[in-house]
Design a protein around this ligand. Structure first.
Ligand code: SAH
Ligand code: SF4
Length: 311
């Protein structure tokens, strides 16, 4: 833009950027799920980082075409929470993504795939409450009629349960639905799985979740990964049902997606179904999350783990 003065151009080059990141690799699963690996622009210290996002076709219509698309977005390169079952928490935490980097994941995926997203889940890499301001702003842009015009029921933020941030989130009234990663209603087991449970105990978490449901009149989703011989017994189901008593919630059971190097297994299908039935019989609303993109390590908890089947 030679119509701008040289000094202004130099100033702009030093302070502003017109691109947020570039595509590094794209992988397509047999089920149509597509995983994008982005190379972020270097930060002020010159350090680059990579993050992943996932395009998930959600249903098949009569013609065999996917009905609608969900974007699973990342909010951080790495994660400080270090849950013991999750690939994202394994490498060193790098940095928060900026608002532009969060929103660009949708823009770039729409551009590449020629599709329009109708749903967004913040269930990719990172803990959204640990990148509070940038994630909040991204959600507001996606919600805005002049942005992506996505309603609050079409966007779900999943958190590991950072209570202080969640209280602020309720006050600030983010335009989204909320999912909380519970994974156990037993304090000992939850602390083993999620070190943050020690400073964010279950009873206080429950109180915060109740606040959310009172204020919003929306049920909260509790995510529960089934881990073989860790949290999949009838006693675990009983504890979960007791924890959910009087809480407006639905339970989303997730089959553990294997991560090499992590010491967990998925229970047998029989056990998964038995756990689900047990919860149903105890009066809970239960869903079993469909596994998507597991062949390209694009399923929940697998992001950040490298494999080499790139297209
Ligand atoms: N940090 C947020 C959001 C990203 S993780 C959170 O923890 O909620 C998104 C979901 O994937 C969470 O419910 C998380 O517990 C789940 N997850 C993590 N590792 C997993 C694995 N190996 N198998 C299945 N689900 C996993
Ligand atoms: Fe972070 Fe969520 Fe993975 Fe835990 S499950 S390490 S909070 S991304």
């Amino acid at each position: 833009m030679t119509d701008l003065s040289k000094s202004l151009r130099e100033d702009l080059a030093a302070k502003a950027t017109l691109s947020t990141f570039k595509l590094h690799t794209k992988q397509v699963s047999q089920d149509g799920t597509t995983k994008y690996l982005w190379e972020l622009n270097p930060d002020v210290t010159g350090q680059t980082a990579q993050v992943e996002s996932v395009l998930i076709p959600m249903a098949i219509d009569e013609e065999g075409e996917p009905g609608h698309y969900t974007a699973c977005l990342s909010t951080q390169a790495g994660c400080r929470m270090k849950c013991t079952f999750c690939a994202t928490g394994v490498p060193k935490f790098q940095r928060n993504l900026t608002t532009a980097e969060i929103v660009s994941q949708i823009l770039f995926m729409e551009q590449d795939s020629g599709t329009r997203f109708t749903n967004v889940v913040i269930m990719g890499m990172g803990e959204p409450m640990d990148n509070y301001d940038y994630t909040q702003k991204a959600m507001r842009i996606l919600h805005d009629p002049e942005g992506f015009n996505l309603g609050r029921r079409r966007m779900t933020v999943s958190t590991s349960g950072l209570i202080e941030h969640m209280n602020k989130f309720i006050k600030d009234d983010w335009p989204v639905s909320l999912a909380v990663s519970l994974h156990s209603a037993d304090p000992e087991i939850r602390s083993q799985l999620m070190p943050i449970n020690r400073s964010n105990p279950l009873d206080q978490l429950r109180k915060t979740m109740k606040d959310f449901t009172y204020k919003r009149r929306l049920p909260i989703t509790l995510e529960y990964i089934l881990l073989k011989d860790v949290n999949d017994s009838p006693e675990d189901a009983r504890k979960l049902a007791a924890y959910c008593k009087d809480l407006l919630c639905k339970v989303n059971l997730i089959r553990y997606n294997p991560v090499p190097t992590l010491p967990y297994d998925s229970p047998s299908e029989e056990r998964v179904m038995a756990f689900r039935e047990d919860l149903k019989n105890r009066g809970l609303r239960v869903f079993l999350r469909e596994r998507k993109g597991v062949d390209i390590a694009a399923a929940c908890g697998q992001l950040g783990f490298k494999n080499d089947k790139s297209t």
